[in-house]
Ligand binder design. Structure first.
Ligand code: MG
Length: 270
């Protein structure tokens, strides 16, 4: 009798512990054993960092923006001629005017490399991701190394520096301008590459401005260094002046369309 009671109590305690752990994981998704960011206020992927306020983007804002005459159209919905993958030729699926990630086939990279640029890209997160522990996840990697996060924010409790439009592991978006999963969304990005002098000293870090569905979410934000998980990004290593545009395959069926890029020209100094 005594043994049975103890067993029941043990099972009840285990169940309670599971529920508590799940509830905590839901509310406090993130890490506090990671390095502190330069502000000293937050850890990388800090679960307590303030989440961006939701802003409803304008109807169709940012969608269908036609490429200017001097842009390189990287994807117009018809072929992968500008792209290669981690594993050779792209194996993502070509659908009706968009590309769709085929899980397990690797990231895509442009064959061309870029330094300072203006970029337009449209994406859509999978409806089928609903209820998955890690919902739709992809990313737009500037110069192949700095991630602007693509992430399903519906019912998401991901740490603020991992949300959609975050500079991953560094800077949450100023506001959450997401649409619903399954709807088309856009990023309009201007990017200034990091610069080193002839003595290999950093002159200035990379800078990025991002509009998400026509809403400003990163305002000439300093990038701390190449993106990574649970690391404090830095520029300890001098980086090449140019790099490809990369799209992340994170195992989720994210779609992309209407991708174009313009090299930013050097301006005459006043
Ligand atoms: Mg990602």
């Amino acid at each position: 009798m005594k043994k049975t009671l103890l067993l029941v109590m043990a099972i009840a305690a285990a169940s309670f512990a599971d529920i508590t752990w799940q509830a905590q994981a839901e509310v406090l998704r993130g890490y506090t054993d990671t390095p502190l960011l330069p502000s000293g206020k937050w850890h990388v992927h800090d679960p307590h960092r303030t989440q961006p306020v939701k802003v409803t983007p304008g109807a169709n804002s940012g969608l269908g923006t036609a490429a200017p005459g001097d842009a390189t159209v990287l994807f117009d919905g018809t072929d992968f001629s500008h792209w290669e993958s981690d594993k050779g030729a792209p194996q993502w699926l070509l659908r009706d005017g968009y590309m769709e990630i085929k899980p397990g086939t690797g990231n895509l990279h442009t064959k061309k490399k870029f330094s300072d640029f203006q970029l337009h890209v449209e994406f859509s997160l999978p409806v089928a991701a609903a209820g998955k522990p890690d919902p739709g996840n992809s990313g737009v990697f500037l110069q192949g190394i700095y991630e602007v996060q693509v992430y399903d924010m519906e019912n998401s409790s991901i740490y603020a520096d991992g949300g959609c439009g975050a500079i991953y592991g560094q800077s949450p978006p100023l506001v959450n301008a997401c649409r619903k999963r399954g709807e088309w969304e856009s990023f309009d990005i201007t990017f200034e590459a990091a610069r080193w002098n002839a003595q290999h000293q950093l002159i200035h870090p990379a800078l990025v401005t991002v509009f998400h569905n026509g809403v400003l979410i990163q305002n000439r934000q300093t990038i701390l260094g190449p993106s990574g998980h649970r690391i404090l990004a830095n520029y300890q290593q001098e980086l090449p002046p140019t790099g490809p545009l990369s799209l992340q395959e994170h195992g989720d069926v994210v779609r992309y369309r209407n991708i174009w890029i313009r090299q930013i020209q050097e301006q005459d100094k006043p």
